[in-house]
Design a protein around this ligand. Structure first.
Ligand code: URA
Length: 255
């Protein structure tokens, strides 16, 4: 490990230790201010105070020290392994699903089953690769039989997701399905009503407080496999994300 990494590691260790002493279990990363004169407007990138290597290190340490071995809820009794999520720690876009399924629980990777294959095609269609985005879930452990996550499980696990997002600081979030959208936006609104427009995801966890990241809710790939006619709407949602990122849309225009 080089000297910078050691310093970051030591600073993080001290921060974790101080927060533990204060009884804080979920530690917010110090967030840099928004940059530019239109700070706070949609699509602006949060000013980066950290390099990609530092973000990778923070994510790794967070996983090692706080997520690994978690026993915050009863899913720890039935899981094969925790599915932290994977991709680029400095991704411009993060996709958030519901919870690992059978295959994900077996292999320890998010979205690698049938729904994951469709997600890969959706990401490809956007002109991106799985390696350059980050893919994770609200729950890091599989609910037995793929049942819906309980409110208690979401409450126990969502601080992990919030912390991941604070470290990655993506330009845009895509919430795949109702549980992800409802958790991140703290709403009871249906996915049908939420999708099709950007919402603000507040890194502080409190609506209206501090910097926000635009979040696009869309249908979960598993739902799309069962309801292929809805793929068109999901594609419209993803094209809005592409526009926000300035990616080239089908037909050659860029957003
Ligand atoms: N469905 C999800 O929500 N997440 C996965 O990782 C796989 C299937």
């Amino acid at each position: 490990m080089d000297r910078d990494s050691s310093l970051i590691r030591e600073a993080l260790r001290q921060q974790l230790e101080a927060d533990r002493l204060l009884g804080i279990k979920s530690v917010p990363i110090l967030l840099p201010p928004r940059c530019g004169p239109d700070a706070g407007s949609r699509g602006g990138r949060l000013a980066r105070s950290r390099t990609a290597a530092e973000q990778a290190e923070q994510l790794r340490i967070f996983n090692e020290t706080e997520v690994k071995g978690c026993t915050k809820c009863a899913l720890s009794d039935t899981r094969t392994q925790i599915v932290f999520g994977q991709g680029s720690p400095s991704a411009r876009v993060v996709f958030v699903g519901e919870a690992p399924g059978y295959e994900e629980d077996r292999q320890g990777l998010a979205f690698i089953g049938r729904a994951g294959q469709l997600l890969t095609r959706m990401i490809d269609a956007m002109g991106l690769t799985r390696e350059e985005v980050f893919i994770c879930n609200v729950l890091k452990c599989r609910p037995p039989g793929n049942r819906d996550p309980s409110a208690d499980e979401i409450l126990a696990c969502s601080p992990f997701l919030r912390r991941q997002l604070a470290i990655i600081e993506p330009e845009v979030l895509v919430a795949l399905g109702a549980p992800a959208a409802k958790t991140l936006l703290n709403t009871a609104e249906s996915i049908g009503k939420l999708r099709g427009r950007f919402h603000d995801y507040y890194l502080s966890g409190t609506t209206g407080e501090g910097p926000a990241i635009p979040l696009m809710p869309t249908y979960h790939p598993a739902y799309l496999l069962r309801n292929p006619a809805e793929k068109r709407k999901a594609w419209e949602d993803l094209q809005m994300v592409m526009r926000l990122l300035g990616l080239t849309l089908p037909g050659g225009t860029s957003g």
